[in-house]
Design a protein. Structure first.
Lengths: 516, 161
């Protein structure tokens, strides 16, 4: 710590100041000294541009691991890791066909630590997708989407879509066989509304599918135009969109009252020694802020009785999640290298041509009909997820895991039902084929519309409507539907990833694939 | 204008739009309208008037040994050219499902991506493909076939030459 400056000689004063300068820099940065008292801890938070996103004090319920499992923060941490590693990769990557492939090869084999950075980038992207999906499941199962957090749930949906968009655009950049054919399939899925317009016979005048594909690729083939478009989306537009949505997402957490907690959270928390009523000595008086704000939102008269200072309690927990995410990404990067196949060859498709794993559930459905599997079902899912907070306007058991009528028992039953349905339909379609195998003359519109995914969605919807009636509660129906959706997603993804081989034929194991 | 001698206005009542406010709002609105139309114009940017893609027309000499019904795939092209007694014809190898390149076999075409199968004339036999493989315009010029990948013709059209 600084001591008083000696008065005697200018030179000694100079030397003294020089020696003291590190501490003076620290004091200047912290503005109010070390965070050792409640006052300086508060200042540590709101006096820091990055930390003041947090509130000064945090409710103890929010700090329980089981409240959030740190999943949202893990997703953010994975994004930051991907951001840093991605910027490093940009120093060597050249977004032009062939040159792109060569530059990835350089990064892999020539650039010092290049392979490791690329692995980290790839694994952090995967960790991010997993964390985002789990975070969504957490928010759903604790009913954290309810009023006043409906809008933040919608922002979260936007973040999910942008996250998947980032992965998809990044997939093309290596310009290898895997990339080229996954994007060819993706671009043609974007074009698949043509299945409907063709069947109706209006493609000549109204062709949204063709427009989508052309906007995505900038050409009628996957070529240099497509690569530069995907590059700009991947390194600029989508990260900007993600950061903007993240800012709103975080800000709304604060504005909507922090983490969701049950109404009886204070009773359920055991007393803790270092928690004390902050307003004990405050005058017993409440203030009306009527002229400034409407409603009863300011916490006037409500003492933060069960809160602890965010510094250190919240920040150390966040630091823990951050370090764990880094650790997981590093460990995965050491174990497994990011793949790089042969240079893209537009005349020989990769067989099987598989998208990133989280799209393989959709690819499984696309193998029956492109429009329904690739556009229809995803749109139904996104609309359905977005509607959840507006259909479930109940209040009971907000903030409790699996809260709502039926609870965990209903979730377990729905999981059994959801798994049985998806496994049954898939087993049937794999064993006996689908419509065209039985009725070769069937109209294309029927094949387009009646996908196993359509059937599955209808079964899930009917089941959850029945649950809504049985329990007389929209929340119960939502629990059933969301659980079924998760089961369907997981099973279809596993089938697409592990059980589909060349020609999209079913194989029990990749070891059974024919060699050629 | 009627003089407001009645009840004095409360500070909490919304203020009427003053002349300056009106001018401010009007200029903002015209600015936004201009930006909107400029933005709508710029929306055309991602759709180029001419697409950057390789030439769709190419000429190729068929090998003399090509048997009837046997597919000849010119290198680097996604087209199968056939020759039989009735003439020469070309079938696109781009799967109508999701754009993979189908493989010509003994009695038709197979797609490696999602298992669509097509008959020798390109019509769909199995799988998710929504349409038959299109036949492409061929002309014969001095022993060489000129195939135009952008010109789709009715299936069964064969050119003798």
């Amino acid at each position: 710590m600084s001591t008083t400056a000696p008065e005697n000689s200018p030179l000694r004063r100079f030397l003294h100041n020089l020696l003291q300068s590190p501490w003076h820099v620290r004091d200047a940065a912290l503005r109010s000294g070390l965070p050792t008292t409640d006052r300086t801890r508060s200042n540590f938070v709101f006096g820091n541009v990055f930390l003041h996103l947090h509130s000064v004090r945090t409710h103890r319920w929010s700090l329980r691991w089981s409240t959030t499992w740190g999943l949202g923060l893990a997703a953010t941490a994975a994004f930051l890791i991907a951001l840093v590693s991605g910027v490093l990769l940009m120093f060597y990557y050249k977004p032009y066909p062939e040159a792109a492939y060569d530059s990835i090869k350089d990064i892999h084999f020539v650039v010092p630590t290049g392979r490791f950075i690329r692995n980290i980038h790839r694994w952090s992207a995967n960790v991010m997708v997993v964390a985002v999906l789990l975070h969504m499941a957490r928010a759903f199962y604790t009913a954290a989407y309810r009023k006043p957090r409906e809008f933040n749930w919608l922002i979260g949906m936007g973040l999910l879509v942008v996250t998947l968009g980032l992965s998809f655009t990044g997939y093309l950049l290596p310009w290898d066989q895997l990339a080229y054919w996954a994007i060819t399939i993706g671009a043609n899925i974007a074009q698949s509304p043509r299945e409907v317009t063709d069947a109706v016979g209006i493609t000549e005048t109204f062709d949204p599918g063709g427009l989508q594909r052309e906007l995505l690729l900038g050409s009628d083939i996957v070529g240099e135009e497509a690569l530069i478009r995907f590059y700009v989306l991947h390194v600029m537009l989508l990260p900007l969109a993600l950061v903007s949505l993240l800012a709103v997402h975080f800000w709304r957490i604060r504005k909507d009252g922090g983490m969701t907690r049950p109404s009886d959270a204070d009773q359920r928390l055991a007393p803790k020694a270092d928690v004390y009523p902050v307003f004990t000595e405050a005058p017993q008086k409440t203030y009306q802020l009527a002229a400034i704000v409407k409603g009863a939102s300011p916490a006037v008269g409500r003492g933060p009785e069960n809160t602890v200072p965010s510094m250190p309690h919240l920040f150390y927990a966040e630091l823990g999640v951050l370090m764990l995410t880094v650790l997981v990404c590093l460990a995965l990067s050491m174990i497994s290298d990011a793949p790089l196949k042969e240079l893209a060859n537009p005349s020989v498709p990769e067989n099987p041509a598989k998208a990133p794993w989280y799209f393989l559930g959709l690819q499984e459905l696309v193998a029956y009909s492109a429009f329904m599997g690739g556009v229809g079902i995803p749109m139904i899912v996104v609309i359905g997820l977005g509607l959840i907070p507006f259909l479930d306007r109940e209040e009971a058991e907000t903030g409790a895991w699996f809260g709502g009528p039926g609870g965990l028992r209903l979730v377990a039953r729905s999981a059994v039902f959801g798994l049985a349905s998806v496994l049954g339909i898939e087993a049937f379609a794999i064993r006996f084929g689908w419509l065209r195998e039985w009725f070769p003359e069937i109209p294309q519109l029927v094949i387009t519309a009646v996908n196993p995914g359509t059937l599955l969605a209808a079964i899930y919807a009917a089941y959850s409507l029945w649950i809504v009636r049985r329990y007389g509660s929209a929340r119960a129906g939502a629990l059933a539907l969301f659980t079924c959706f998760l089961c369907g997603f997981v099973v279809l993804t596993v089938i697409g990833t592990h059980f589909r081989g060349p020609n999209w034929t079913f194989y029990w194991s990749p070891a059974d694939w024919p060699r050629h | 204008m009627t003089p407001t001698t009645a009840t004095p206005r409360s500070r909490l009542d919304p203020e009427p739009v003053a002349r300056r406010d009106f001018l401010g709002i009007a200029s903002l609105a015209s600015f936004l309208a201009a930006m909107l139309f400029a933005g709508l114009g710029v929306l055309r940017l991602p759709k180029a008037a001419v697409l950057a893609s390789p030439a769709k027309k190419f000429s190729v000499a068929l090998p003399d040994s090509l048997a009837a019904g046997e597919a000849f795939v010119p290198p680097g092209r996604s087209v199968a050219v056939f020759r039989d007694q009735e003439g020469v014809y070309a079938v696109s190898l781009i799967c109508t499902h999701l754009g993979c390149i189908v493989k010509p076999g003994q009695s038709g075409f197979e797609c490696p991506c999602h298992g669509s199968q097509f008959a020798a004339d390109g019509s769909v036999l199995r799988g998710p493909a929504p349409k038959a493989l299109p036949w492409l315009a061929v002309s014969v010029r001095g022993g060489e076939c000129v195939v135009d990948e952008s010109a789709i013709i009715p299936a069964g059209t064969k050119v003798s030459g």
